[in-house]
Design a protein around this ligand. Structure first.
Ligand SMILES: Cc1ncc(COP(=O)(O)O)c(C=O)c1O
Length: 308
């Protein structure tokens, strides 16, 4: 059994965000705190995993095999879920062995690790990549990098309901759109599917254009057969994935002090900074109410902060 007991209902509070630049522009933002659902299985990762776990369970698998880098939030959540729920996990890692805080946690959670080098990891999209791994681990169900694809997006569709049930607590009757960081675009695609055109979904790209986020979102939406889709993508990578600069770090620190909400620089910090730029450029009319999704990721920053 790979699924959590029905008593385990991760809660994501919806907190108002008070910041000068929002007040000045007359924009209201509420933060869906996915970073608060669980100390270990945090952020959008749990939602991206849930449908993959259900599929694995239906197929009678005993665990999950997946891929990621040495700071991967996805592998971290997967390994923590495996330990918590008692299923086996295998992680295929990019590059050569290194001991980051994330890797130490993966080992502590009991995930079996294999380092693929860089060329070996690049081969992950080739036909036949999984075959030798499936021969080696016939009882494990393969999950794509980051928990992506249609199942990943389907798990994120429930975020809409989580927001809707909490709107009254903010005194809101409705909202005007979503704002969130995109890495593969899976989480955004889930919201686009859940909305089916009701509210727009705005994605702040934490990766450069050539990572194919737009194409990935298109693929998921087409596979799901949903035609009413309203979303927009904004460049937010600030020179590349995981590129960090002093302005960004300063913004994260000041935002944390002013709002009490911790951000990290790879996804959530870049996403909120991109929102500030759009707000200041007049993208949103006064009175607009937005949901900012805090997608977690704070664990991954532990190993990177010392290098910046
Ligand atoms: C903290 C965090 N936020 C956002 C994302 C982006 O999610 P997605 O890949 O679904 O676009 C990721 C992972 O990719 C992440 O780790």
């Amino acid at each position: 059994m790979l699924l959590p007991p029905s008593t385990w209902l991760p809660q994501a509070p919806l907190d108002p965000l008070h910041l000068d630049w929002l007040t000045q522009a007359g924009i209201e933002v509420a933060v869906l705190r996915l970073d608060r659902i669980d100390p270990l299985i945090s952020g959008n990762k749990w939602f991206k995993l849930i449908e993959h776990l259900k599929a694995a369970d239906r197929l009678g698998a005993e665990g999950i095999i997946s891929l990621g880098g040495a700071h991967s939030n996805h592998l971290h959540a997967l390994a923590a879920a495996g330990k918590r729920l008692g299923f086996s996990t295998v992680g295929l890692l990019r590059g050569h062995p290194q001991q980051t805080p994330t890797v130490k946690d993966l080992q502590a959670f009991g995930m079996e690790l294999h380092w693929l080098g860089y060329a070996g990891y690049r081969a992950r999209h080739e036909a036949g990549f999984w075959q030798p791994w499936q021969t080696r681990y016939p009882t494990l169900h393969p999950v794509p990098e980051g928990g992506g694809g249609l199942p990943g997006a389907e798990g994120c569709m429930q975020l809409r309901a989580r927001v809707c049930t909490q709107l009254a607590g903010l005194g809101w009757s409705d909202y005007d759109g979503w704002w969130l960081a995109c890495g593969t675009g899976t989480t955004l695609a889930g919201l686009v599917l859940a909305e089916a055109g009701d509210h727009p979904v705005y994605g702040a790209l934490a990766v450069p254009d050539d990572h194919g986020v737009a194409q990935q979102v298109e693929r998921i939406v087409q596979e799901a057969g949903v035609v009413d889709v309203v979303y927009e993508l904004f460049e937010a990578s600030r020179g590349g994935f995981a590129k960090v600069d002093p302005l960004l770090l300063d913004f994260i620190e000041k935002t944390g002090q002013a709002s009490g909400i911790p951000l990290e620089p790879l996804y959530t910090g870049k996403a909120l900074m991109a929102l500030k730029q759009q707000v200041e450029a007049g993208k949103f009319a006064r009175g607009t109410r937005l949901i900012f999704v805090h997608t977690g990721g704070l664990q991954g920053w532990r190993g990177l902060s010392s290098k910046n």
